[in-house]
Design a binder for this molecule. Structure first.
Ligand SMILES: Nc1ncnc2c1ncn2[C@@H]1O[C@H](COP(=O)(O)OP(=O)(O)O)[C@@H](O)[C@H]1O
Ligand SMILES: [Mg+2]
Length: 226
């Protein structure tokens, strides 16, 4: 049986603005096992991004807890959390979030440089991934010179370069045409199968949502297995 790497217990998230209280997550329970390929599908406003940020330790729940590799996130120091984020977790976003003033190679090497790896070693590792994703020829280009699909492949390479245990992707195909979007999903499938990286994708697109090996639906702050 696969180890549970992330568990959410009774997650609630409440946003309060003046007299306006919005309950965005209404008690989410979820177990993600090592090697899972999870898609969470739901309409805009369902709470998907909020949930993903909390699962990825970027945000804190109002109530409930996240257990990452058997450790309660709320009990960790900022330093321990930073280490988990850097070593265990990769993020991919809808609008790629690449650094525009840096080359593709620099973008993918960056997380390794931040970790203190020597430039040469970091670039070698980054180049291997760019090669794997068919982007070697583009390594000296800037992000804006690439198509949307290519930029997202760079973003995936960057998320993968530190060999995280889990990659969270927030609408990774939301800015792409369907065919390109499906290719991007194929990349996640490849990563899941070859590196056994756990993948968690949230999407408003039912077709992308249907591609998960474990599928969930999210509606008004609640989650349902499909
Ligand atoms: N920082 C915030 N402050 C107030 N409301 C927020 C905040 N973040 C999200 N929300 C609200 O929470 C709801 C869910 O947002 P979100 O998690 O982004 O949904 P989704 O990603 O499914 O579209 C929305 O109604 C949104 O307006
Ligand atoms: Mg969202």
């Amino acid at each position: 049986m696969n180890e549970i790497i992330i568990e959410a217990k009774g997650l609630k998230k409440i946003f309060q603005k003046e007299n306006n209280v919005i309950e965005v997550l209404r008690g989410i329970d979820l177990k993600i096992k090592a090697g899972d390929f999870v898609t969470i599908m739901g309409p805009s406003g369902a709470g998907k991004s909020t949930l993903l940020h909390i699962l990825g330790t970027l945000d804190k729940p109002t109530q409930g807890e996240i257990i990452f590799e058997n450790r309660k996130i709320e009990k960790l120091t900022e330093e321990e959390l930073a280490t988990i984020r850097n070593e265990k977790i990769g993020f991919v976003f809808q609008f790629y979030h690449l650094l525009q003033d840096f080359s593709i190679l620099e973008n993918v090497s960056m997380p390794l440089l931040i970790r203190g790896m020597k430039r040469k070693e970091a670039e070698l590792k980054a180049e291997k991934l760019l090669d794997l994703f068919g982007l070697s020829q583009r390594k000296n280009h800037r992000p804006q010179e690439l198509s949307g699909g290519e930029q997202q492949r760079v973003a995936i390479a960057r998320a993968l370069v530190c060999e995280p245990r889990v990659i969270f992707a927030d609408e990774p195909t939301g800015n792409l045409d369907r065919k390109t979007g499906t290719t991007i999903i194929d990349h996640f499938v490849y990563i899941n199968e070859h590196f056994h990286t756990t993948i968690v994708i949230v999407t408003h697109d039912p077709e992308i949502g249907s591609l998960g090996k474990k599928k969930f639906k999210m509606l008004d702050g609640e989650i349902f297995p499909l």
